[in-house]
Design a protein around this ligand. Structure first.
Ligand SMILES: Nc1ncnc2c1ncn2[C@@H]1O[C@H](COP(=O)(O)O)[C@@H](OP(=O)(O)O)[C@H]1O
Ligand SMILES: [Mg+2]
Ligand SMILES: [Mg+2]
Ligand SMILES: [Mg+2]
Length: 351
């Protein structure tokens, strides 16, 4: 008998691997005119769109009735004047979809030589990410490039795909093309895919040769803990993090990086605490920014909650709802962090 969600995992890893190859190759050739600014002023590149087109094309073929909550949509690409971007997206998406079958790929997912898609098919694939989420049923969440700013600066970014059933994350995959395979060799081989299935643990595979290793958060002495936090000061309250760090007696400086690569690092013991307290409480976190990472942390022996100690709810809609921040750490450390967060908050309120 095969393990639950084994086909979904195989498809998700295949899709994420192709998207990672695409984004890596785009980075080297990207020019400024291939980046758009969205309504919320955040950047989106031909790589974000193409990666969403590729992943959604594969998901739609393998699981035709599954809805997808994807970050991007094709509205801006359908406008007059976006022809150059559209052409590049068709070229890049088809290059990724028609590449030879790799380990674990199946031709029945519409992959391999000769499987080109038209512009209309690819724009429709991007727009299949329009599901609104919710508490009932089975759906995927996709962030084709999480950490677009990190991607643009040559830093960390991640392709993040998760399967959510009745609001519960069952499978999470995070592809990190720029992350060192082994954190003690930062200049060594880069490119890993992390995956977790509910109740089945977590693992890391290398993008280049699919070598597997289990992933779990090792016990860390308090002096070895450090905070993992955003590069972008607008995304999290970094001065609050500093106060929490001091309250916990942490002496190591924080590690700043973009994207859900932070969850991947925490899950394999590179760090100790991921803290993301809102700068703007009106901002609602998106489910595609956290679904894969949340399961990865849990399956690696960690706990993830909001700052009130409540679980994150992936069944509300496209967002996590009211923003009380996010706290993730190994089980034993998590309780201490929550306590420090409350203390820092009381100290702030007393000012
Ligand atoms: N004001 C805000 N507060 C928190 N997160 C925000 C934000 N504005 C944008 N983001 C999200 O932060 C994500 C990156 O997180 P991080 O800072 O951990 O790298 C972005 O994902 P994208 O890059 O996929 O758009 C975006 O969804
Ligand atoms: Mg974005
Ligand atoms: Mg994101
Ligand atoms: Mg994104």
């Amino acid at each position: 008998m095969s393990l639950q969600y084994s086909t979904e995992k195989q498809v998700a890893i295949a899709a994420v691997r192709r998207a990672c190859a695409l984004t890596s190759s785009v980075f080297n050739k990207l020019v400024k005119t291939e980046t758009l600014t969205k309504g919320d002023k955040s950047p989106v590149t031909i790589a974000d769109y193409s990666a969403q087109a590729v992943v959604n094309t594969i998901l739609s073929k393998a699981f035709p009735s599954d809805p997808i909550v994807g970050e991007e949509d094709a509205a801006d690409l359908r406008q007059d004047g976006a022809e150059t971007l559209r052409n590049r997206i068709v070229e890049l998406s088809n290059e990724a979809l028609t590449a030879d079958l790799g380990v674990g790929d199946l031709a029945e997912w519409g992959l391999g030589p000769g499987k080109e898609r038209t512009l209309e098919q690819l724009l429709d694939a991007i727009d299949r990410g329009n599901d609104q989420g919710g508490p009932i049923g089975r759906r995927w969440s996709l962030d084709p490039i999480d950490g677009t700013k990190g991607f643009l600066r040559g830093g960390q970014y991640a392709v993040c795909l998760a399967l959510i059933v009745d609001g519960d994350v069952k499978l999470g995959v995070i592809g990190c093309p720029n992350l060192p395979v082994n954190s003690i060799e930062p200049e060594g081989l880069k490119g890993c895919i992390f995956s977790a299935v509910k109740g089945q643990g977590a693992e890391q595979i290398t993008i280049s040769d699919a070598k597997r290793s289990p992933v779990f958060i090792p016990p860390l002495e308090p002096r070895m803990l450090n905070l993992l936090e955003s590069m972008e000061a607008a995304h999290a309250d970094l001065s609050f993090n500093q106060q929490v760090s001091e309250l916990l007696g942490i002496t190591r400086p924080p590690t700043r990086m973009d994207s859900q690569a932070k969850y991947a690092c925490l899950a394999r013991g590179d760090g100790g605490v991921y803290l993301r307290m809102p700068i703007n409480p009106e901002y609602q976190e998106k489910i595609w920014d956290h679904a894969s990472g949340a399961l990865l942390i849990q399956e690696a022996g960690g706990v993830i909650t909001n700052s009130l100690g409540k679980p994150l709810d992936f069944g509300i809609g496209r967002t996590l709802g009211k923003n009380y921040g996010i706290v993730a750490a190994r089980k034993d450390v998590h309780a201490q962090v929550l306590e420090a967060v409350q203390k820092a908050r009381s100290a702030q309120a007393a000012l």
